[in-house]
Design a binder for this molecule. Structure first.
Ligand code: CP
Length: 340
């Protein structure tokens, strides 16, 4: 049975099947057929190193609605703190090595989800998604990435389904702007990476906008270019915060840290403060084709985006959040080989 660490590891056929299945689950939402026994007898361990509202609740519900039994494991909160490094003498505060912890959990559960964000201090580890890969290498049961240093595949499938529904089943030819946004804290790049790869894989015409100095990884950009080429779609990177909005059908906003965060934390903070004009505003949205506004949540009102945009008719961020439930049911079915 497969892991879901990142959709780039997954065939087009399986990606498209999961997308279609998520949309079927959406149609059954709040009806008796939303509850199936497809996964009765299965168990799901959800390991969180970082906070979550949507992922933990929607994943628990997804498992329950399929008849499976979920458990949430909050590392460091009623659960031993884990040591990640191999070969260390564990005479500090961490009581358990991840080797034993994951090894044990894999004896109990039929799949494990894990959320482990970027360190934002160890650039190499973050670029290699080292913690997620260590976890997956230890586990003998499928591992689902609940957001790692580099990817958020559950969010990506939910976003793909939200967009596909929004445009009546076919997003090809639609233009999506993925824009950097300000934030009081440095944030990882998992969501923008996954959003960029999702939109280009769907064959949308994609514009990535960020201030000079806040790039996404070269490997992510190269993969996005490859997807765009595969679909005969366009992909461009722009740095004009206003013109970026011209003629787009979707605006997807997300804050992310600059590479400065690894070498000079204060410089990254200054960069974010200097680019406060990248907030999504009604004036900027007025330049679009009446675009839908997307954000993965949680969102900082008045910093990332003006209240009037979030509270206006173009905002579909709650649709995205709702789709997490349906997408994750499709993902659980896929990793357990139940259908799709
Ligand atoms: N978008 C998302 O993953 O939300 P949470 O961090 O609340 O899980």
């Amino acid at each position: 049975m497969p892991d879901l660490l990142d959709w780039t590891d997954v065939s087009d056929a399986d990606w498209n099947a999961c997308l279609a299945r998520a949309r079927q689950h959406r149609q059954a939402h709040r009806s008796p057929s939303a509850y199936t026994d497809a996964a009765r007898g299965k168990s799901l361990g959800l390991v969180f190193y970082n906070s979550s509202l949507r992922t933990r609740t929607s994943m628990e519900l997804a498992a329950v609605q399929l008849g499976a039994h979920p458990t949430v494991i909050d590392v460091g909160h009623g659960v031993w703190g884990f040591e990640w490094e191999r070969g260390v003498v564990m005479d500090g505060g961490k009581a358990e090595h991840v080797t034993e912890a994951v090894g044990v959990l894999a004896r109990y559960y039929d799949a494990l989800g894990v959320r482990v964000f970027a360190t934002l201090t160890d650039r190499l580890a973050d670029e290699q998604d080292a913690h997620l890969k260590t976890f997956a290498a230890i586990s003998s049961v499928p591992v689902i990435n609940l957001e790692s240093a580099k990817f958020h595949p559950c969010q990506a499938l939910a976003d793909a389904a939200t967009l596909t529904d929004r445009f009546g089943g076919n997003v090809k030819g639609k233009r999506l702007l993925l824009t950097w946004a300000p934030h009081p804290k440095p944030l990882p790049q998992a969501v923008p990476n996954s959003a960029l790869l999702m939109a280009t894989r769907l064959g949308m015409d994609v514009r990535l906008a960020h201030p000079k100095g806040a790039p996404l990884g070269a490997d992510i950009v190269a993969q996005a270019e490859a997807y765009a080429q595969q679909h005969g779609a366009s992909f461009e990177i722009v740095h004009d915060v206003d013109a970026a909005y011209d003629d787009v059908d979707v605006v997807y906003a997300k804050a992310w840290a600059t590479p400065l965060v690894y070498t000079d934390y204060d410089a990254d903070e200054t960069f974010r403060q200097t680019h406060a004009n990248w907030t999504v505003t009604t004036d900027k949205m007025a330049r679009t084709n009446d675009a839908a506004f997307m954000h993965c949540l949680p969102v900082r009102r008045g910093v990332v985006v003006e209240d009037a945009v979030l509270d206006g008719p173009c905002a579909i961020h709650l649709d995205q959040a709702e789709y997490r439930l349906h997408a994750q049911k499709a993902i659980l079915e896929w990793v357990w080989g139940l259908r799709v």
